[in-house]
Design a protein around this ligand. Structure first.
Ligand SMILES: [Zn+2]
Length: 217
């Protein structure tokens, strides 16, 4: 049986497979290990980053099942979804760290010493030009990306990098197909940043809503 069909059957034993059409495509358009799904009428097209092709079928099934839960707005859990989540959480181990930048590296090292006992492994560190998204952390490439607008305020830059480092530390919690990135323990540790209240004020003064500041994460 093909990948998506098998994923569907195991996730929804009560649903009729015959009512749907499935397609899985591997593409170069995505960043490593990203994926999405297009749902039209009864047809589901899964687009997976080409990196997925080499990954075990069991893990790919978990990825596809997670996308199916989103499309059908259902909650469920499977062994494959657990395998997928564990895979994503451990990807950073095998990702090459080839991208870096002296300013970001200094900031990272500063925060690593102060808040993580110097124990956090350095991820890829890059700049981006978006001003809407101040920072992001990407699991698939183990990359923290920081907006160049933060060059004007190194304290705030440290705070945003700290936020992204917390994503690398805590990863995400997942249950029944729902994923939470900003967990209670995440928020508690975020508040431990020196002057975190003032940093929050500065973020507000930049004039953007908190939930948009960090983009996806
Ligand atoms: Zn975040």
């Amino acid at each position: 049986m093909k990948l998506a069909e098998q994923a569907f059957n195991e996730l929804f034993p009560g649903k009729n497979l015959e009512e749907y059409e499935f397609q899985v495509k591997y593409t170069d358009r995505f960043k490593p290990y990203n994926a999405n799904v297009r749902y039209r009428r009864n047809s589901l097209q899964f687009n997976l980053s080409r990196k997925w092709r080499a990954i075990s079928k069991e893990i790919q099934i978990g990825l596809i099942q997670g996308l199916m839960l989103r499309v059908f707005k259902e909650k469920n859990n499977t062994m494959n979804i657990d395998l997928y989540n564990n895979f994503m959480k451990n990807l950073h181990i095998s990702v090459q760290k080839t991208n870096t930048d002296p300013i970001l590296e200094k900031s990272f090292d500063r925060i690593n010493e102060k808040y993580f006992f110097g124990l956090m492994e350095r991820p890829n560190l890059v700049w981006h030009h978006s001003i809407r998204r101040l920072g992001s952390y990407e699991y698939g490439s183990d990359t923290i990306s920081i907006s160049r607008v933060l060059l004007e305020d190194s304290d705030l830059m440290d705070y945003v990098i700290y936020h992204e480092m917390l994503h690398k530390k805590f990863k995400f919690n997942s249950s029944n197909g729902r994923t939470c990135h900003h967990t209670k323990e995440f928020k508690e540790m975020e508040r431990k940043f020196e002057n975190s209240m003032e940093m929050e004020e500065r973020l507000k003064r930049i004039g953007r809503k908190r939930n948009r500041l960090f983009g996806f994460f």
